[in-house]
Design a protein around this ligand. Structure first.
Ligand code: SF4
Length: 544
């Protein structure tokens, strides 16, 4: 039996690692998963003055956490160590790997996740093995070959470092039937949360969603391949025919029932499928069964061109309360560059449809695109003005040009020359005044308190264009006053929800009981007051 220790970076959900863990355990191996810092610690500046730490947002760490990781590995004594990460943590994982190598020179190290999949040539300079793509079968083959001492040179999906360079094995076929996989490993045993210089067993980070929410996937792969997204690389790797797959509805319902039994405070499900709203027949069957057999509110992503009225309504009836939809731009020219050939009007219609159905909409927009013109940014602004004025846009994502992404190739062809984001395998454009101005103007369109005409006037004001800090200040103030801090929940919507809950409670047995107790209490108070002839009796309390 082997012992595989996975380390995840600022990611306690780590669905890919949890899936591999379940399969390895099924094969009789021991697995531990260490959440090296958590999502809430992203962009943390803690320990910024520690000269031995790693300081490079979003993944800065104090040296005491690096030392704690080494102590933790010493205590675990794994036979294979795996780092799973995205490009933003490439530099951090290089540093951690160097430390581990110095301390444990005989411990084999494997890297996996989206960055090593897209940049295996870089990864194999640091790790002994690189898992390219989905890892369930590949990790089992590797672990068993290492344990048996047989050849590890020709395992599909695994790149191997050799004294002469590396061996690049071909990708294996994707697993077509996802139902053969066991449920992801959310058992508390063998899980560690590493922070503040120590590793704690069996706990989730304090501000993690995982205390009440269960994150999962019903599918793998995305039906689209946007040029700024890793999915276009994955599609190239696997080929279109084998890429998008989905669990059966029956599997998903069984999984949900199991989680209801095993997640003590489960109150919300997060479906992290790249796009959830595809395949009408599946959605209809899922909605019916989920509503009847599970009945827990849930989140799922959607896409402007994959929103059939009947499907969205069925999902909403089943408990779909909030969605994130990528809009990215209101300029058809820019959407074409992103390989998202969506008519502008189609986006507007979908936003109104979601509003009518009653699903809270959060949109994603991309800003700071060095290939975008002033006219393109104004087109986005004009489109947002046609949205209902209660959608949510928290932050505009600056376009990161990741190494080996299609959009990066396009930008290079057009002469873009940005600055390299150290340790993140990406380039970023210099932030221009015009980006700042338009980002803030876009943000303001979600607040109905500002008349559309006022926003239009502001958008033409040369003084504001030269002083974007004024509009940025307004946008920040509106966000602060309209949203519950640290959430995407509008205060107004929360109050309405509480009012609805109060009205539901009014008819309930519990509410009637409380009222009866209240009435009894008033009766006793008045009775005793009259009897004792004064009003200074200590207040009576309803028991229980
Ligand atoms: S729709 Fe979303 S997940 Fe799919 S390729 Fe585009 S950006 Fe990526």
């Amino acid at each position: 039996m082997a012992h595989i220790a996975f380390v995840t970076l600022f990611d306690e959900w780590c669905l890919g690692v949890r899936s591999m863990s379940s399969i390895l355990k099924q094969k009789g191996h021991e697995v531990s998963i260490t959440y090296f810092r958590d999502m809430a610690a992203l962009n943390d500046t803690e320990g910024i003055e520690d000269p031995e730490g790693y300081h490079n947002p979003p993944g800065s760490v104090h040296s005491r956490d690096i030392r704690a990781l080494l102590d933790h590995i010493r205590a675990l004594q794994p036979s294979l160590l795996g780092f799973s990460f995205m490009s933003n943590f490439h530099g951090l994982v290089c540093v951690l790997t160097e430390h581990v190598r110095r301390e444990f020179p005989r411990l084999p190290i494997i890297w996996g996740g989206s960055d090593p999949t897209i940049n295996p040539d870089l990864a194999v300079k640091h790790a002994d093995y690189v898992c390219q793509g989905e890892g369930e079968e590949a990790i089992v083959d590797l672990v068993e070959a290492l344990a048996a001492g047989t050849t590890i040179q020709s395992i599909p999906n695994i790149w191997v470092k050799t004294p002469e360079g590396f061996i690049q094995n071909p990708p294996r076929h994707t697993q077509k039937d996802l139902d053969v996989y066991p449920f992801t490993d959310f058992e508390q045993s063998g899980k560690w949360y590493l922070h503040a210089g120590k590793a704690e067993q069996g706990v989730y980070p304090p501000s993690s969603h995982l205390h009440t929410n269960y994150p999962t996937l019903t599918s793998r792969g995305c039906p689209y391949s946007c040029s700024f997204c890793c999915n276009s690389n994955y599609r190239d790797l696997y080929g279109s025919a084998n890429y998008v797959r989905r669990h059966s509805v029956d599997y998903v319902i069984r999984e949900m029932k199991y989680r209801k039994e095993t997640f003590p405070n489960l109150g919300f499900i997060e479906f992290h499928d790249d796009v959830f709203t595809f395949k009408s027949s599946w959605l209809q069957e899922f909605s019916k069964r989920f509503g009847e057999e599970i009945g827990i509110p849930f989140f799922a992503y959607t896409h402007p061109t994959m929103c059939r009225n009947e499907d969205l309504e069925a999902l909403h009836r089943a408990g779909w309360t909030v969605t994130v939809m990528g809009v990215q731009s209101g300029s058809e020219e820019i959407l074409k560059m992103y390989d998202r050939r969506t008519a502008r009007q189609r986006i507007i219609d979908t936003v109104h449809l979601l509003r009518r159905i009653g699903v809270q909409l959060v949109i994603d927009l991309i800003g700071n695109n060095p290939l975008e013109t002033e006219d393109n940014m104004r087109e986005t602004f004009e489109m947002l003005l046609e949205f209902p004025d209660d959608y949510t846009l928290h932050e505009v994502n600056p376009l990161a040009l990741y190494r080996n992404f299609e959009i990066t190739r396009i930008a290079e062809e057009r002469g873009f020359n940005g600055h390299l984001l150290h340790g993140r395998n990406a380039f970023l454009a210099e932030e221009k005044l015009s980006y700042r101005f338009w980002n803030a103007m876009w943000t303001l369109t979600q607040f109905g308190a500002i008349p559309r005409e006022t926003l239009r006037d502001m958008s033409h004001d040369p003084y504001l264009q030269e002083h974007p800090e004024i509009v940025e200040g307004m946008a920040k103030a509106f966000i602060k006053s309209c949203y519950i801090p640290g959430t995407m929940v509008r205060k107004e919507a929360r109050l309405q929800q509480l009012e609805n809950e109060r009205q539901c409670l009014e008819g309930s047995r519990a509410f009637r009981l409380i009222n009866r107790i209240r009435r009894a209490r008033s009766y006793l108070v008045s009775h005793l007051t009259i009897k004792n002839g004064n009003t200074n009796q200590p207040p009576l309390r309803a028991s229980g």
